[in-house]
Design a protein around this ligand. Structure first.
Ligand SMILES: Cc1cc2nc3c(=O)[nH]c(=O)nc-3n(C[C@H](O)[C@H](O)[C@H](O)COP(=O)(O)OP(=O)(O)OC[C@H]3O[C@@H](n4cnc5c(N)ncnc54)[C@H](O)[C@@H]3O)c2cc1C
Ligand code: FES
Length: 261
């Protein structure tokens, strides 16, 4: 993990407020594990010193790609950058997902909105194909469905307004699937905290393992500032752990959603 200036290869709109940014970064591409992220400095942003974290969506030979949503001034400034310009990245960072083993539990990936970005490498590198459950508010929030299908995964979609797939929220698809299971399954999830909490609850109810990628605000991204900590269960109690270094991926059984009294 080092800091480097990297060139933008392309920065194109995907759907609506979502963009794909490809960076020439062979060392990062080579070292990336599924679920890891980049911490990016966006030079046109006035407070450019504050970096923004983004999951590494794809890593191929010379390039890494992120899939981002414009939500504020950093991502808005990023969306105006062009091929040939440079951003500064630190990465790959964080503790990612465990890649399924041949013959192991069937992987069920659950994603909300840009959470799909954290899932692609996992699906690509998993020797075992499974199912992808993706949800969003509207059709425009459903990202890279075709790419997951092209990898041979079964993709199920929900939207809150019913404009694509089944109407409702993505987690409603899980209980019927888990009930139907004839062999071991394992959940992997990335999305808003409310969604992760439901996934953790369902995993507990059905007694299946789950790895969840947490989405906390980050400052340094490298374990120094402690802005990103969450309470995590340990052998004999609990402790705060850094989502940028011990995470962002945690075993859902260990995440404490509320502080113990
Ligand atoms: C490990 C990790 C991986 C991420 N991967 C992606 C990704 O693949 N694609 C993507 O689009 N985004 C991703 N994010 C979220 C992304 O970092 C934020 O959306 C981004 O930092 C916002 O910057 P901004 O300057 O545009 O927004 P700001 O102007 O800083 O804030 C605008 C709004 O976004 C909210 N916001 C800021 N940071 C976050 C956050 N971490 N989570 C939720 N809301 C936030 C703020 O509260 C505010 O409401 C990830 C975050 C983490 C922690
Ligand atoms: S963001 Fe600074 S310790 Fe995690």
């Amino acid at each position: 993990m080092v800091e480097r200036n990297v060139e933008i290869v392309s920065n194109e709109r995907d759907t609506d407020l979502y963009f794909r940014l490809a960076l020439r970064a062979p060392e990062v591409a080579h070292a990336t594990q599924p679920g890891q992220f980049l911490h990016m400095r966006i030079p046109p942003l006035r407070e450019a010193l504050l970096r923004r974290p983004f999951s590494i969506f794809q890593a191929n030979g010379q390039t890494v790609t992120i899939l981002y949503k414009v939500v504020g001034k950093g991502t808005e400034a990023l969306s105006r950058m062009r091929a040939g310009e440079e951003v500064s990245v630190i990465g790959p960072l964080g503790h990612g997902f465990t890649v399924p083993q041949p013959g192991g539990a069937t992987p069920l990936l659950v994603a909300g909105g840009y959470g799909m970005a954290a899932m692609y490498l996992l699906a690509e590198r998993s020797p075992q194909k499974g199912m992808v459950f993706v949800g969003g508010k509207r059709a425009e929030d459903i990202l890279c469905e075709k790419e997951f299908r092209a990898l041979g995964w079964d993709v199920r979609v929900t939207t809150e307004d019913g404009s694509r797939g089944e109407k409702g929220i993505v987690t409603q698809l899980l209980p019927p699937e888990l009930r139907r299971a004839t062999r071991g399954q394992k959940l992997f999830a990335c999305g808003p905290t409310a969604m992760l909490k439901v996934v953790a609850k369902i995993a507990e109810e059905f007694n299946v393992p789950a790895e969840i990628s947490t989405d906390e605000h980050m400052c340094c991204g490298v374990g120094v500032c402690l802005t990103c900590v969450i309470p995590v269960r340990t052998g004999d109690g609990w402790e705060y752990q850094r989502t940028c270094t011990e995470g962002p991926v945690f075993d859902s059984r260990n995440v404490l959603w509320e502080l113990p009294a």
